[in-house]
Design a protein around this ligand. Structure first.
Ligand code: 9MR
Length: 426
């Protein structure tokens, strides 16, 4: 059936034409450590004048600077097809294949949202959407406006929801539920947010002020998303990557430096206070299967679970062939045993350590067979793994760009790893 492409929403933020992350993958036994690199994104300009106290702005919709098509309806007419891409309509569907087990999700970039063929494949395969970058704190926190009137905005930075809106419109139009990623993180959060007067040359805020800023940001995001898209977001990564690899809290985090170690508990307390009933609150981290890191994560989040403020653990899963999937599943089970919570696999990719592995595609596929077989067994034993997200669509757009880490090639050809996941379904 012929459908029309709908020219839609105007993006105010600069469009990221490609993934700018780079893999720090180290060989050995460790999950690939996420790049700490800040994405280069432009904060949308906002109004100069603060509103009155009663209606302090939490949303600015300034005039659009850049425009991009947001593909809200897929054009399936073969004669309109961009010839750089292969036909994908006959691929089996991950979301359909695993629908009795878990949501099958993808991290979606703004580049994908502006392209018909990427969108066609994304919405055919996935029923869960994570914004790869566009719903992180630096997408919304409008510190530039705050810095123009720092007394007025002292405790409550304005939030610009334009990029959030694009993501949520897109997910809603394509019947994908959303994992919110992420509210509190040391990375992709403006440095200015942590400083007096939103001026990074000034001192850090004191703890009390920082907690007010944190609470107001969490409140704004949770209330705005619920008011405008009720029921669309099923889970939030409330805190991301607060724990270091084997040495307790991540001490270099601004959140740790300014608030101290209870910033994690505080974030969950605020998230519970403002989240709509049914929205699940997750702690998300990489290397979350490793014994020492798991011990440190559990130490921090167990009291939060006991206080009733945590619903799940997100295991990012930026993996390599060194990992035995059965060991990973033991860690999955341990989270459930200790916390009684759900588990999401939130950022799965399996890379080849920068092309150092021969016969990569076959080995990646074999890994996926073992991983998805072990995962289903774990679920069948009663462990609620309710969502699995692949961290990106095509290899060239991955943050592990040179590692062949995803399921589709640049021209959308499916890789053996894709077939392996489909065939692993019992
Ligand atoms: O994939 C994201 C990449 O485009 C960004 O440049 C990078 C910046 O930090 O963030 C990447 O996503 C990260 C995710 O938000 C949290 N876990 C690690 C992911 C890979 O670095």
């Amino acid at each position: 059936m012929k459908k029309n492409r709908l020219l839609a929403a105007l993006l105010t933020a600069a469009v990221i034409l490609g993934s700018c992350g780079s893999s720090d993958s180290s060989s050995g036994t460790s999950e690939t450590a996420p790049a700490d690199k800040e994405a280069t994104e432009t904060t949308a300009s906002a109004e100069d004048k603060p509103a009155s106290e009663e209606n302090a702005p939490t949303e600015f919709i300034p005039e659009a600077k850049n425009t991009q098509e947001l593909i809200l309806e897929v054009d399936t007419d073969p004669s309109h097809r961009d010839k750089r891409f292969v036909e994908t309509a006959d691929y089996a569907q991950l979301k359909e294949t695993y629908k009795d087990k878990f949501y099958f999700g993808c991290a979606v970039s703004e580049r994908v949202m502006g392209n018909n063929e990427y969108t066609e494949l994304t919405v055919a395969q996935f029923n869960s959407y994570t914004a790869e970058n566009a719903m992180k704190p630096d997408s919304g926190l409008d510190w530039k406006t705050a810095a123009k009137n720092p007394e007025f905005y002292k405790e409550h930075a304005p939030v610009n929801f334009n990029r959030f809106k694009n993501c949520l419109d897109y997910a809603q139009a394509h019947n994908m539920k959303v994992r919110g990623h992420t509210l509190v993180w040391h990375s992709q959060t403006p440095e200015e947010f942590f400083h007096v007067n939103y001026d990074k040359t000034s001192a850090f805020c004191d703890k009390e002020l920082m907690l007010k800023r944190m609470e107001n940001y969490i409140k704004d995001v949770l209330e705005w998303t619920n008011a405008n898209y009720p029921g669309l977001i099923y889970a939030w990564d409330v805190v991301n990557e607060a724990i270091d690899d084997g040495s307790g809290m991540r001490k270099q985090s601004n959140w740790y430096k300014v608030v101290g170690e209870d910033f994690v508990a505080k974030a969950f307390e605020y998230a519970r206070k403002y989240a709509a009933p049914g929205v699940k609150l997750f702690y998300n981290d990489y290397n979350a299967y490793q014994a020492r890191k798991q011990r440190d994560i559990l130490k921090v989040i167990k009291p939060i679970a006991e206080a009733g403020n945590l619903d799940g653990v997100g295991m990012q899963s930026h993996l390599g062939l060194y990992l035995n999937p059965n060991d990973f599943m033991k860690a999955v089970k341990k989270y459930h045993d200790e916390l009684g919570c759900e588990i999401h696999i939130t950022e799965l990719d399996v890379g080849n350590d920068k092309k150092k592995v021969d016969d990569w595609e076959k080995k990646q596929a074999d890994f996926m067979t073992r991983f998805f077989t072990a995962l289903q067994k774990t679920i069948d034993e009663g462990v609620p793994v309710t969502s699995v997200t692949i961290w990106g669509l095509t290899d060239d757009m991955s943050w592990r760009q040179n590692e062949g880490a995803l399921l589709f090639e640049m021209d959308l050809t499916k890789k053996p790893a894709f077939d392996a996941i489909i065939e692993a379904k019992k």
